[in-house]
Every structure is written in C-alpha cells, then in structure tokens.
Design a protein around this ligand. Structure first.
Ligand code: R5P
Length: 293
C-alpha cells in the first residue's frame, strides 16, 4: 500500500503503477489553528510505503502522521521514501564561522534532527540523491541513497551537438557524469564555485572549450537558482550552442524560475522528486527497483 503526503501525489501514483501496489486515498485536512491531519481511513496492508517529499514543515508533519497511521492499523513493515529530503543540506551546525565543524554548542544539526524523528515511525528509509550520501548515517534505521540522476537524460534532445555536461561545482560532477553516461555521448567538467551568501554565488568557468557545443548544466538541486543562473550567465558570455539546465530536485524556491529566465535559461528539466511544472521525468522506476532490491 502506497501512502503519499500532499507533496508527492504524482510520484506516488507512478510508483504504485511500477510496483503494482494499491494506492491509498489519503485525506489532507487543516484546522483553523493551523494544525494538519493526513489520514488514510479504511486502508490497511501488511506493508506501508510512505512517499514524502519533505519540501516544507507541513510535509514533515504529514509524513509523521502517515507513519503513525500505518503503525495504528498494524502494518508489519513501514518503508519511508523521501524523494527529496528537506534539511539534508543542513548536515553541519550552521554556526557563524564554524560551518565545517562537527558540532557547535547551541546549534542543531538539522538533518540529524529530522532523520531521528523520521526514524521513529519506519523500518527503512530510501532517499533520492541526497546532497551528501552520508546524511543516511543520521537515521536510526537502515537508510540508503537512490541515484536517479540518470533519468535526467531522458528529456534531452537526441541531437545534442558535441555535448558537454557541466556541474556548477566539483561536488556535483558525479551527477553530471551519470547524466552523460545515461545520454551516451559527451564530455564532463565543472565550474569553480564559491558561495557568498544564501542567495549569492561567485563562479569561474571551466577550462573546457564550449564553442558551438550544446551544454547541459546538471546539479542535484536548484533552490534559489543562484548557482544555475551564475553558471548559465558565464556560458552566455561564450559562443555556446544550446544550453539546457537539469537538476534532480527542482525546488525552485521563491523567485528562482524568473531568476533563471533572466539569466537566459530557456529549458529546465527536473524530476518529480519535487513536483513542479519542470518535472519532466519520473524517478519512479529507479525508486521501485531500489525498494524491491
Ligand atoms: C550545493 O552544493 C548544491 O549542489 C546546489 O548547487 C545548491 O544547493 C543550489 O542552491 P541555489 O539554487 O540556491 O544556488
């Protein structure tokens, strides 16, 4: 039985098809005081697979409620799928000047706090392309990353000209390589990135000659769009061919989409880990295979 938070309904439907599992009709209510209630009255099964993109605090709450509901009906196994794990990027204490340190008095490690809470209601966790795979160590139950980046090759045109797959920083180079491998042609490289603030980044171009080449810029996540905008703006200064922007998690917070458009981005492709207009491809087949492995 698949149960979805309000944030993962399309992916849950696709996953139900892939796994040939029933899809519960979850009801979402909110009360005048702002409290929420996600419930699945009349549904029960030995195994509950809860699909929850925790893009908001409300989604975290819905997840905890659905886990509790499944335990209440007596599910023998509860599997939690976090297509997008919110707070995963806060995997260190965000104390001013101490970002790289493992602990700082008075500061939480938010990814750990969230992982511990999620662990209380589940037997197993799968999360798609977390910012760092090490975030899985924060859970108190078996947790595994699922690499679905290869699916981003699907919506790309078949006729890319001498393509180069660029990541905005070295950390995302493996994602660019995965997309290149899935596409079956092209080279990879990365930009040098330095983050100035939550919404500002400074970047230097890669050495790769991109003249007249189609470029696919690939990252794990587009949040404020600052990283991608800066990368594309640098590319626009050169005689590149077409530029495609792809990311596993198209969070696109606040004014990110217009920021990208102003930077000259025409095409953004993301997956349905975060359900947006640009979610051109589903991670359901990859997640289904991981659940059954
Ligand atoms: C950072 O290392 C990540 O891979 C992304 O590049 C970053 O989180 C994107 O954030 P934004 O869209 O806010 O620049």
């Amino acid at each position: 039985m698949i149960l979805s938070t309000s944030t993962s309904q399309s992916l849950s439907a696709s996953l139900a098809d892939e796994l040939n599992e029933p899809l519960a009709q979850v009801e979402y209510r909110s009360f005048p005081d702002g409290e929420l209630l996600a419930s699945a009255p009349g549904f029960e099964d030995d195994r509950a697979i809860i699909v929850a993109s925790t893009v908001s605090s409300d989604a975290h709450l819905e997840l905890l409620q659905l886990q509790d509901a499944a335990r209440e009906w007596g599910a023998e196994e509860v599997v939690t799928v976090l297509p997008y794990m919110g707070y995963a990027r806060q995997d260190k204490p965000l104390a001013p000047g101490r970002a790289e340190e493992g602990s700082a008095p008075g500061y939480p490690i938010s990814a750990r706090a969230v992982a511990r809470a999620v662990s209380t209601g589940t037997d197993r966790v799968l999360t798609v392309n977390p910012h760092e795979n090490a975030v899985c160590d924060f859970f108190d139950v078996p947790a595994e990353p699922v690499d679905a980046a290869g699916r981003l090759a699907e919506p790309l045109p078949a006729d890319l000209a001498d393509p180069v797959f660029l990541s905005p920083d070295e950390g995302a180079l493996d994602i660019a390589a995965t997309v290149r491998d899935a596409y079956g042609d092209g080279t990879t490289d990365y930009f040098e990135k330095h983050r100035l603030s939550d919404t500002e980044v400074e970047m230097r171009p890669s050495d790769t000659d991109v003249t007249d080449r189609d470029v696919v810029v690939t990252d794990d996540i587009i949040a404020t769009g600052s990283t991608m905008s800066e990368a594309v703006a640098l590319l626009q200064e050169r005689d590149v061919g077409r530029v495609f922007v792809t990311a596993v998690h198209p969070v696109l917070a606040s004014n990110a989409r217009t920021k990208l458009a102003r930077a000259g981005v025409e095409t953004v492709y993301g997956t349905d880990t975060v359900e947006r207009v640009v979610s051109a491809v589903s991670v359901a087949p990859t997640v289904a295979a991981a659940i059954d492995s």
